[in-house]
Design a protein around this ligand. Structure first.
Ligand code: PPS
Length: 302
């Protein structure tokens, strides 16, 4: 079992931790609100880590399907198998984070390729520095922001790392739209990566496409990464990355992190409908229309 998150241990420096409404806890890095376990020193390490050809970095705004994507990547690079005596979370390296699996530069340098890096950073704060000068490949996964907001609300409520945030849904939604939640403004985050979508070392995915059109999205991922998608590998990846498989299987269900016992919540498109009032939905839609106008990026909400 992984020790529970504690500021005294995992916050590393405590002076810059702020507490907002309803106890919401965070620190700012480069002006962006971050969880306390994303520490200044580790962030610096993540920016300066030397990436290699063959390394794979996957990134998302929180609650957008990045754990699902990481399972797919792990399976692809291991011919459809999950490594024995390991779990999903210790197969990926989250350099900016002190918890739950901290990594040192020495450890990372000693690891063989391909190394798989997780990140929830906006593009300008991404792991390894400027992605356009990096030898590795980046995959970004985005999800419709209504489902993200709901998933994130359940994830952050009552957690140590968010100061046991106990605000009501309407407060969370307001803060989400104002960019006051950890990792900042959803629109800036997603659009910052969207702008890079045509770079040679970049693949931009959408959660909803993965749900609706898994086989073709898997071909895109395998082709981009340069891993062969034989029929047995394709079948193994499809089966072992399904929501139900990941939720039950000890490799992927994050059972070693007690705080994440309800991580596999719904895994659906459209669960926002259980939370949004009509007025909240109309307000959200007007902001969404304004912020997304002219970007060419669209999402399915149901
Ligand atoms: S985190 O904590 O930010 O890294 O979360 P992240 O992994 O990015 O996103 C969590 C949401 O993804 C859902 N999920 C899945 N959906 C479909 N298929 C699979 N295999 C899968 N695995 C995880 C997870 O349930 C969270 O969404 P919600 O809506 O809360 O269920």
């Amino acid at each position: 079992m992984i020790d529970k998150y504690r500021d005294e241990v995992h916050g590393e420096v405590l002076q810059d931790i702020e507490i907002g409404e309803y106890g919401y806890k965070y620190r700012r890095l480069d002006g962006i609100i971050m969880p306390p376990y994303i520490t200044p020193e580790r962030y610096k390490l993540s920016r300066t880590i030397e990436l290699r050809k063959g390394d794979i970095c996957f990134t998302s705004y929180p609650k957008s399907g990045s754990t699902w994507l990481s399972q797919i990547i792990i399976l692809l690079v291991n011919e459809g198998k999950t490594p024995e005596d390991k779990t999903l979370r210790n197969c990926v390296h989250w350099v900016a984070s002190s918890w739950p699996y901290p990594r040192s530069r020495e450890e990372l340098d000693a690891l063989p390729s391909p190394r798989i890096f997780k990140s929830h950073m906006p593009w300008h704060m991404s792991v390894g520095g400027d992605t356009s000068e990096s030898p590795c490949k980046y995959i970004y996964i985005a999800r419709n922001p209504k489902d993200v907001a709901v998933s994130y609300y359940y994830f952050e409520s009552g957690k140590q790392w968010s100061g046991n945030y106990n605000g009501p849904w309407e407060h969370w939604l307001k803060w989400f739209l104002e960019g006051n939640v950890q990792r900042g403004d959803w629109f800036d985050h997603v659009l910052g990566w969207w702008k890079r979508r045509n770079d040679n070392n970049m693949l931009f995915l959408k959660y909803e496409d993965m749900k609706r059109d898994f086989e073709n999205q898997l071909v895109r991922i395998a082709t981009f990464l340069g891993y062969p998608l034989t029929e047995p590998v394709r079948d193994a990846v499809r089966d072992k990355s399904s929501f139900n498989y990941m939720k039950k299987n000890d490799f992927s269900n994050l059972h070693e992190i007690p705080e994440l016992d309800s991580f596999f919540r719904k895994g659906q498109i459209g669960s926002w409908k259980d939370m949004f009032t009509t007025a909240q939905n109309e307000h959200f839609d007007s902001i969404y229309a304004e912020r997304m106008n002219g970007t060419g990026l669209e999402f399915d909400f149901e």
